[in-house]
Design a protein around this ligand. Structure first.
Ligand SMILES: Nc1ncnc2c1ncn2[C@@H]1O[C@H](COP(=O)(O)OP(=O)(O)OP(=O)(O)O)[C@@H](O)[C@H]1O
Ligand SMILES: [Mg+2]
Length: 254
C-alpha cells in the first residue's frame, strides 16, 4: 500500500519542512514512512534531520547518471529520509522530470510518502510534488496572506486531480479559532491540528533534531501527533501509484 502526500503552502516559511518531519515521525508509529525533500531549489530538510554532512542527495539522483534513489535514502528517526542538496550548481544540474522516477521507486517500499514542497508554484520543479501527490496537506499560518496563498495551492491541486487531506495551522498564538473557523469554510479537508508558536520548534531546528525527538512532550509535538492521528492513509496499490508517478505529465506552472 502507499499514499503520497505533498506538504505545501504557497507561502514561504509557514512550517512545511517542520511539519513534514514531525508528521513523518508521528506516522512512523503505524506506517512505513518515507519523507522526501522535494523542495529541490531551496532544500533544507537535511538541516531539520541532522543530515547536512551526507554525501549523496536527491540532486545526485536527479542529475544525469545512474545514482539510484536508495543511495540518497537514510534511515533516521524511524523513517526513511531522502534529503536534497543545497548548492545552486546541484539544482541547475538536476532535471525535475527525474523526480518522478525517484518518487516512483520510493513508492514501492513505503506506506506513506511525504513530499516536502517548495513555497511557490513558480516552476515545473515547484508544482511537481503537488501534481504527483494523491493528497495535499496545506500548512498555513493564521494570517490572511498565508490563507490566501494556501487557497491558491488548493485550487491548483484540485485542478490537477490531487485532493486536499486537510490543513495544519502552524504558529498560532491563541488567535487561531476565529481564523481556523473561517478557513474551514474555504478549505476542502478538515483542520488536522493547530500548532502553537513554540520555542521548542526553533530549538529543535537549531539542534538539527526533529521536534518529536527533541521535545516530545511539548504542546507543539502533541499537536503534530494529533494531526497524524487525524490522517487516514489510503491503501493505494504500490505498483499502480508508481506507474502513475513515472508517467505523470508535468504541467506548466500557473
Ligand atoms: N510552531 C512553530 N513555532 C516556532 N517556530 C516555528 C514553528 N514552526 C516553524 N517554525 C520555525 O519557522 C522557520 C520556518 O520553518 P520551516 O522551515 O519548517 O518552514 P517552511 O515552510 O518549510 O519554509 P520554506 O518555505 O523556506 O521551505 C524555522 O526556523 C522553524 O523553526
Ligand atoms: Mg521548507
Amino acid at each position: 500500500m502507499v499514499e503520497a502526500f505533498a506538504v505545501a503552502s504557497g507561502k514561504g516559511g509557514t512550517g512545511k519542512t517542520t511539519s513534514t518531519v514531525a508528521l513523518g515521525m508521528a506516522l512512523a508509529d503505524r506506517y512505513d514512512v518515507t519523507i522526501v525533500d522535494a523542495d529541490t531549489g531551496m532544500a533544507n530538510l537535511l538541516f531539520h534531520a541532522g543530515l547536512e554532512d551526507v554525501e549523496t542527495t536527491l540532486h545526485d539522483v536527479m542529475t544525469a547518471g545512474d545514482v539510484p534513489v536508495e543511495a540518497a535514502t537514510y534511515d533516521r528517526f524511524g523513517m526513511s529520509v531522502v534529503p536534497c542538496g543545497t548548492s545552486l550548481a546541484g539544482f541547475e544540474d538536476a532535471d525535475p522530470e527525474r523526480l518522478r522516477g525517484a518518487v516512483a521507486d520510493l513508492a514501492a517500499g513505503a506506506d506513506v510518502l511525504l513530499l516536502d514542497s517548495p513555497a511557490t508554484l513558480g516552476s515545473k520543479s515547484a508544482v511537481l510534488p503537488i501534481v504527483l501527490s494523491d493528497r495535499v496537506i496545506v500548512v498555513l499560518n493564521p494570517t490572511v496572506p498565508a490563507v490566501s496563498d494556501g487557497l491558491k495551492v488548493q485550487e491548483y491541486a484540485l485542478s490537477y486531480g490531487s485532493d486536499i487531506a486537510g490543513t495544519i495551522f502552524n504558529r498560532t498564538r491563541g488567535d487561531a479559532e476565529s481564523v481556523t473557523e473561517k478557513a474551514d469554510r474555504y478549505f476542502e479537508g478538515p483542520t488536522l491540528a493547530t500548532v502553537p508558536e513554540s520555542d521548542a520548534v526553533q530549538a529543535a531546528r537549531s539542534d538539527g533534531t526533529p521536534l518529536l525527538k527533541h521535545a516530545p512532550d511539548s504542546p507543539a509535538a502533541a499537536a503534530f501527533r494529533r494531526a497524524a492521528g487525524a490522517l487516514s492513509v489510503a491503501d493505494g496499490d504500490s505498483e499502480a501509484v508508481a506507474e502513475r508517478f513515472r508517467t505523470a505529465v508535468i504541467p506548466d506552472p500557473p
